[in-house]
Design a protein around this ligand. Sequence first.
Ligand code: DX5
Ligand code: ZN
Length: 225
Amino acid sequence: MSVALAPSLLSADFSRLGDAARACEDGGADWIHFDVMDGHFVPNLTVGPIVLRALRKATRVPFDVHLMIEEPLSTLDQYLDAGAARVAVHVEAEPHLHRFAQHVRGRGVNPGVAINPGTALASLDEALLFVDFVLVMTVDPGWGGQAFIEGSLDRVGRLSEMIRRAGSRATIAVDGGVGPDNIAPLVRAGARHFVAGASVFSDGDVPGSIRRLREAAGSAGTLRA
Ligand code: DX5
Ligand code: ZN
């Protein structure tokens, strides 16, 4: 099994999102990550389904949608209609995770659950059996460019073990402060999908940054499935 890279447009120039999406495609990104924020679940406000739909025409790279919003079920279909190929809601925001997962899968999209750094992994126990992935937040969500929270590596390792014990097929995605310096240990701890904003967009060379991330992930060695 290989590693998937999902640049987050949150750190791109919002006046040129189409160009940013095309640069991700040129760099061989596996996904483009959209950070949807509602000003309630997190203090910041970003983009909604109209922007997703518009950018769907700019690239063939599939969209990985991270809903940092309250009551996500009430607007979920708008994101699915706009072209999401995988979508995560927060365990802190959505009590009906089974209903969510069933609905999303019924639309041919991969359902995932996101979890904040301060939320116990045990709250995922049951959901591991019906989501396709867990999005482990390694910063408190709300802004790009924050520092990776120490201790998150151990958390990914513990989640990996929980998934194995539960007999779940869920994969682990990591979001927040990911860069070439910490991606290899995260791969070894069991993560397979990486969201990266600042480390992809901050130096103006998107394809080069994606390549450096991939090389760093590859240095983790042979991966188990
Ligand atoms: C945090 C978001 C992220 C994050 C990624 O609220 O969910 O996707 O901003 O950006 P970096 O890699 O800059 O932390
Ligand atoms: Zn995100």
